[in-house]
Design a protein around this ligand. Structure first.
Ligand code: ADP
Ligand code: MG
Length: 246
């Protein structure tokens, strides 16, 4: 095997697939004296770094399990004039995560709650934060199953560890008392340590009824809103936008 072939294999063994792919073209340029060896190596390594960073982001986004990828770029703020565009876009810098603050998006269906929560989650992933998007009822089901199997502690610790947890659609389905206790335990573990984003169609004043226990609801709300940014979206449903009379 020639040195050249061995070098290409070595790139592969080191996981430098991008360098391996670009090496022949760069070496041609070096041989033709179109570039220096240093400049060629610099460009090859930069491409490799860019590629690996992108792969890492893709992995983090994949693990976050967003139902659909959404971005701020695709969000039409003109449609929701009640939202302060600058304030929402500022969330991208993740200052709320640095301070372990929560975010709550409240509003009726179709106003963009899940879109905004996802866009923020994607941004967190891009910045390397371990993120999980989960529907409230899937979360409750998982916690209940863990409780039944005697693995609650372990499962709670797993959900507590995510740097950003997005709990979508609180209030779309009824919540049992025992489930309210489980969610309280999780939020208590995350309280003042990690940020959680919530979307809900129920005003916070209606949570007592939703959780079937004013005491548990008060304890949950206390943990959520102590350090939180709360956005009420009062506009129209984007889903129905083509029919203004709807
Ligand atoms: P919600 O979670 O409040 O029920 P969604 O975030 O799921 O609503 O929004 C419903 C659909 O409309 C999604 O496809 C979302 O991307 C889109 N959408 C909602 N609001 C906007 C907006 N202001 N600009 C662009 N798309 C929007
Ligand atoms: Mg939604």
């Amino acid at each position: 095997m020639s040195d050249y072939q061995q070098l290409l294999l070595n790139f592969e063994r080191l996981g430098l697939n991008h360098m391996q792919a670009h090496f022949p073209a760069f070496m041609d340029q070096v041989n033709q004296k179109e570039t220096t060896l240093t400049a060629a190596l610099l460009e090859m390594t930069e491409k490799e770094i860019g590629f690996q960073d992108q792969q890492k982001t893709d992995r983090v986004i994949h693990r976050a399990r967003f139902p659909k990828l959404k971005t701020f770029d695709a969000f039409d703020f003109d449609f929701q004039p009640g939202l302060n565009r600058m304030e929402i876009l500022d969330l991208k810098h993740l200052g709320f995560m640095a301070h372990s603050e929560n975010i709550v998006f409240i509003g009726s269906p179709g106003v963009g709650k899940t879109h905004l929560a996802t866009a923020l989650g994607v941004e967190a992933c891009r910045q390397g934060k371990r993120t999980l998007f989960i529907n409230c009822h899937e979360l409750l089901l998982r916690l209940r199953t863990a409780y039944d199997k005697g693995t609650l502690e372990r499962v709670l610790r797993r959900y507590a560890r995510y740097e950003l947890l997005i709990i979508d659609e609180i209030g779309y389905l009824p919540i049992e008392r025992q489930e309210a206790d489980l969610i309280f335990q999780l939020l208590n573990m995350r309280y003042e340590k990690r940020s959680t984003i919530f979307t809900t169609n129920i005003a916070l004043s209606g949570w007592g009824e939703l959780f079937k226990s004013p005491e548990t609801a008060a304890a949950i709300l206390d943990r959520i809103v102590h350090h939180a940014k709360i956005y009420k979206i009062t506009g129209r449903s984007y889903r129905l936008r083509r029919d203004p009379s709807a």
